[in-house]
Design a protein around this ligand. Structure first.
Ligand code: SAM
Ligand code: SF4
Length: 420
């Protein structure tokens, strides 16, 4: 979502006549688009900002701006702490960028804008192959650990016609993969006057000629419906991959997290997905060390991973976030306990990933080719419809195309193959 916001920031710069600097030392303006989902992201930001202080001393005309969730949450406090920041703006105020550049120093634009979903902002997308499209903004779920509802505001669904028009113009530009973005795509349409939900939206988007693949993130398990599974099964362009964040396998922890489902309710949804398509890849997000998580609670998460056998996971140590409910909960877990739990989960998942990839050896898969690998220009890299990374010997002509590749070697996090 942040990367997509950066495309909007770049789009506004482009339209105003600013080009991208080859080197940050040549830039007139530098915008740090920040994430505050975990403390680590904030630490990265402060370290980058430290480097920019020196750049500003060298070139006093350089403007430094901070965008995103840290700007939204810290506001004027950030300007006070780092007086060399020229201006800042939150995720709902990207459209104010031009007026901020022209205005005086110390300006902020961090008011939540309930109408942001209807504003149209130019975008500069890289690559011409894959595009993100926002279908909704904000979040109303208030999971106890999460900062998003505070930084990105209330949930708003974008009008269907705006989404349709954007995908249509991406199709005309030749984009082949569209990823629909929202914090909880399964509640799409709730605040719209048209009677439309997410599966209906998928069907509408599917009718647009051009794109070969449609993906979406993120599905909240509570609102995940059999209607969505039917849509995914019926619509050939919708890829066989679901990201369904579990967060924890213990019902006590899920309740404290305010997730709105139990593990058995979640597992029933996984079974529903696999009954509809046994080859559907499923990935998840896990938090270890949520306040109050006991050894038994963690074992439930460990067992859940062993039982479900995800194709991939994103696992994080719980990170304290200002203003969230979890911060006030008792029994915060020690960092070293969190670390050892995380290591155990990742070790388990590595063996599952390898085993699942091994099954693909000898099979032929369709790969949409992203480009040459970072380390070898003769090796092309791309993704299967199930979102697995495949590397194979190829050439520049493959880039941007779908090719068939026979898998010859399974690795932990990728597959090696031969082009057919
Ligand atoms: N809206 C999505 C959902 O509900 O599943 C998730 C969006 S969130 C930006 C991405 C992931 O970050 C979450 O699924 C969660 O696992 C993780 N996350 C959020 N807050 C966190 C925190 N305070 N500490 C650790 N991980 C966190
Ligand atoms: Fe955060 Fe929960 Fe909203 Fe996802 S659903 S963005 S985890 S509050």
């Amino acid at each position: 979502m942040n990367v997509h916001d950066s495309e909007k920031i770049a789009g506004i710069f482009d339209e105003t006549g600013y080009g991208a600097a080859v080197d940050s030392g040549d830039a007139d303006i530098i915008v740090l688009n920040t994430c505050s989902i975990r403390a680590k992201a904030e630490q990265k930001f402060t370290s980058e900002l430290g480097k920019l202080k020196k750049a500003k001393q060298k070139n006093p005309n350089l403007k430094i701006a901070v965008a995103g969730c840290i700007a939204q949450q810290s506001g004027k406090k950030l300007l006070k702490r780092f007086p060399y920041i020229d201006f800042l703006f939150g995720p709902d105020n990207i459209g104010s960028l031009n007026s901020l550049i022209d205005g005086g120093n110390g300006r902020t634009a961090i008011e939540h804008n309930p109408d942001y979903h209807t504003s149209s902002i130019p975008m500069k997308r890289e690559g011409g192959l894959k595009a993100w499209v926002s279908i909704m903004y904000g979040c109303d779920n208030y999971c106890a650990y999460c900062i998003v509802p505070y930084t990105r505001g209330r949930e708003r669904s974008r009008p269907t016609s705006d989404i349709y028009d954007e995908v249509k113009s991406l199709a005309e530009e030749g984009f082949k993969e569209i990823t629909l973005l929202g914090q909880n795509v399964n509640s799409y349409g709730k605040n719209l006057s048209d009677n439309i939900d997410f599966p209906d939206l998928l069907r509408k988007i599917h009718d647009i000629e051009g794109p070969e693949r449609i993906r979406f993130v993120t599905s909240h398990p509570r609102d995940f419906s059999s209607k969505l599974i039917s849509a995914v099964r019926d619509l050939p362009k919708v890829c066989e991959h679901m990201h369904l964040p579990l967060q924890a396998g213990s019902d006590t922890v899920l309740k404290a997290m305010n997730r709105g489902y139990t593990y058995s309710e979640y597992k029933a949804k996984i079974d529903m997905i696999r009954d509809a398509d046994p080859y559907m890849a499923v990935s998840t997000d896990i938090i270890v060390g949520f306040p109050g998580e006991t050894d038994e609670d963690f074992e439930s998460t460990f067992q859940a991973l062993a039982e479900i056998e995800y194709d991939s996971i994103y696992a994080f140590k719980y990170s304290k976030r200002p203003g969230t409910e979890a911060l006030t909960l008792p029994d915060h877990v020690d960092e070293d306990v969190k670390s050892s739990r995380l290591t155990r989960l990742l070790d388990l998942q590595e063996s599952i990933c390898y085993r699942k990839n091994k099954v693909l050896e000898g099979k032929v898969v369709e790969v949409l080719v992203d480009g040459p690998s970072a380390t070898n220009p003769n090796i092309m890299t791309g993704r299967t419809r199930s979102n697995k990374i495949v590397n194979f010997e190829g050439d520049e002509a493959d880039v941007g195309n779908s090719v068939f590749v026979k898998i010859v070697e399974a690795r932990m996090h990728s597959l090696n193959g031969e082009k057919m």
